[in-house]
Design a protein around this ligand. Structure first.
Ligand SMILES: Cc1cc2nc3c(=O)[nH]c(=O)nc-3n(C[C@H](O)[C@H](O)[C@H](O)COP(=O)(O)O)c2cc1C
Length: 175
């Protein structure tokens, strides 16, 4: 028994095919996968702003990329801004301690679904969070967390991918 090929074969490309376009159906399936993630109390505290390369929404996002991500992210077929619902509207009360955790699981679902569709994702945080928040103006309690570039990878070989060992995972940060 070994790790499933869907997990073992996934990697985050830095370069995407700038001629490849995702269809509306592709986007719908990716979001459908994201929807099926588990979440604390089934709260589903996630939202996704999706912008295909040929859409006006794309420009609203691209202008806020950092210099590093601006080199590669615009060539992806789709940019996704992820948001978590952290707070109850108009209060400082935490909606869920697990909002970001839950969002991460939902993004993992989307990412693996993309790989199953022969697409690839690179999640990233290299953007101007304050400027993008001003641009998209998420509703009360919602916060932008990350972005995902989705498309056809323009690299056949994954970059070297270092991982801690399973032994290391079992070794104490505890006493
Ligand atoms: C929350 C998050 C933020 C990330 N931010 C960036 C980023 O700003 N720039 C970048 O090039 N990659 C970014 N990455 C991609 C990681 O560097 C990449 O997932 C990691 O090196 C492991 O490689 P792999 O996904 O191919 O296994 C980010 C990934 C995650 C999950």
């Amino acid at each position: 028994m070994s790790v499933h090929p869907l997990l073992a074969g996934r990697f985050s490309p830095l370069w995407f095919d700038p001629t490849w376009s995702v269809s509306d159906d592709d986007v719908e399936v990716l979001l459908d996968a994201a929807r099926w993630a588990p979440s604390a109390g089934n709260s589903q505290p996630w939202a996704y702003f999706v912008a295909r390369r040929d859409e006006a929404e794309h420009k609203r996002v691209v202008r806020h990329l950092a210099r590093s991500s601006a080199r590669w992210a615009p060539s992806a077929s789709l940019l996704v801004v992820t948001m978590a619902h952290r707070y109850v509207e108009d209060t400082d009360w935490v909606y869920s301690d697990f909002a970001d955790y839950d969002l991460g699981q939902s993004v993992a679902h989307l990412t693996l679904q993309a790989h199953a569709m022969d697409l690839a994702c690179r999640q990233f945080r290299a953007f101007d969070l304050d400027a993008l928040t001003d641009e998209l103006s998420p509703g009360a309690g919602w916060h932008i967390v990350s972005m995902i570039a989705v498309g056809r990878a323009a690299e056949t070989q994954p970059p070297s991918r270092e991982r801690r060992t399973t032994t290391d995972l079992r070794t104490a940060p505890w006493t």
